[in-house]
Design a protein around this ligand. Structure first.
Ligand SMILES: [Fe+2]
Ligand SMILES: [Fe+2]
Length: 306
C-alpha cells in the first residue's frame, strides 16, 4: 500500500490484514445463509469439542504478531476505556468530509504488508461492495459494504491497532471463553472487578446489544457516523461485523433481544462478503467511482461528520 502516512510504529501487526487473515483461518466456513439464501452451511456433525480443539490449534499456530495483537487488545480494552473512547469520538466533531473523501483519507494508511498480495483499504471496500453488486444485493447493502471499514481511520488519529480492529467482545461483564485467546483477559484490570465479573455484569438479561459496551473499535465508530443514513439492517452490519464471539459463537446472547437475533442473519450475510470475497485482483477505482459516487449521493449528504 502506498502513500505518506504510516501506522504508528511498534504495532504488533505488519498490517491490519493480518488480523483478518487469522479470522479466515479461525472461521474457515462461510457463515450459514439466511432463510432462502444459497450459501453453504457449516458441516453438520462436527462435534463442539472437536471444534474447540481445532480453535485452540489455530491459536497455537497463530503468528506471534497476531498473538501479541490479541494480548494487547484483551489487556487494555476495559469498560472504562470503552466509555472514554465513546466520549472522545462519538460527538463526531473531528472532520467533515464526503464518503469518497473518507475512503481516500483511509487509503493513506500504509503498512508493511506485501504490496504484491495485499489490497489497499480502498480496494478492499470496493471489492466487498462489488461482490454484493454482482450478487444483486440491494443498493443500501452495496453501500454498507463500501463504507464498512471506514472506521479504521481511527488509526490515522493515533489509535493503536488494538483499539481499532480485533474481534469485539462485551465489556462490563464476565469475559466469554468463546473469545479467541481468552487467557489474555487475565491481565485485564476488569478481571479483578467483581462488578464486571458476573455473567450479566452491569447489564440485565435481554437488555439489547445496543446497551452493551463492546470493546472499542472501527465498528462502533462507523455505525455512529452512518446511523442517520442507512437502513437498520445495514447499521447492524456495521456495528456488529467484528462481533465474532456473538455472531459466530453465540457468546453474550443473553443480552440480545428477539430483534437482535433476527438481525444477526444480516450480519452473517455481510460477513460472507467481508471475509471470503477477498481476491488479489485489484478493482479499477477510476472506472467504478462514478457508480459509487451516485450511490453515495442517494443516501448520504455531501459532507458527513466524522
Ligand atoms: Fe471491519
Ligand atoms: Fe472489511
Amino acid at each position: 500500500m502506498k502513500s505518506n502516512v504510516t501506522e504508528t510504529s511498534q504495532q504488533p501487526l505488519a498490517s491490519m490484514d493480518e488480523w483478518e487473515d487469522f479470522l479466515k483461518v479461525r472461521y474457515p466456513e462461510p457463515a450459514p445463509a439466511p432463510a432462502g439464501g444459497t450459501r453453504r452451511a457449516p458441516p453438520v456433525g462436527v462435534a463442539a469439542d472437536k471444534k474447540k480443539e481445532e480453535f485452540r490449534q489455530y491459536e497455537a499456530e497463530a503468528r506471534p504478531s497476531v498473538r501479541e495483537f490479541y494480548r494487547l487488545n484483551h489487556t487494555h480494552q476495559t469498560y472504562d476505556f470503552v466509555q472514554a473512547k465513546r466520549k472522545e469520538y462519538l460527538g463526531l466533531n473531528r472532520m467533515q468530509m464526503s464518503v469518497w473523501e473518507a475512503m481516500e483519507y483511509l487509503n493513506q494508511l500504509i503498512d508493511d504488508s506485501d504490496p504484491d498480495t495485499d489490497l489497499s483499504q480502498l480496494q478492499h471496500l470496493l471489492q466487498t461492495a462489488e461482490a454484493m453488486r454482482r450478487d444483486g444485493q440491494p443498493r443500501w447493502m452495496i453501500l454498507t459494504g463500501l463504507v464498512h471499514d471506514l472506521g479504521k481511520i481511527l488509526c490515522l488519529w493515533g489509535e493503536p491497532q488494538w483499539a481499532v480492529v480485533g474481534d469485539t467482545f462485551a465489556t462490563g461483564c464476565a469475559f466469554s471463553p468463546k473469545n479467541v485467546f481468552p487467557e489474555f483477559f487475565a491481565a485485564n484490570p476488569d478481571a479483578n472487578n467483581p462488578r464486571f465479573q458476573t455473567p450479566n455484569g452491569v447489564y440485565e438479561e435481554g437488555c439489547g446489544l445496543d446497551k452493551v459496551a463492546l470493546s472499542w473499535g472501527h465498528d462502533e465508530y462507523i455505525y455512529n457516523v452512518c446511523k442517520d443514513y442507512l437502513p437498520e439492517e445495514g447499521l447492524y452490519m456495521l456495528r456488529y461485523h467484528s462481533f465474532y464471539p456473538w455472531h459466530r459463537e453465540g457468546a453474550y446472547d443473553q443480552f440480545a433481544t428477539a430483534k437482535d437475533r433476527a438481525m444477526k442473519e444480516w450480519v452473517l450475510k455481510f460477513n460472507t462478503y467481508d471475509l471470503y470475497t477477498k481476491s488479489h485482483e485489484a478493482p479499477d477505482v477510476a472506472k467504478l467511482r462514478p457508480y459509487y459516487e451516485d450511490l453515495i449521493r442517494e443516501f448520504f449528504p455531501a459532507k458527513v461528520r466524522w
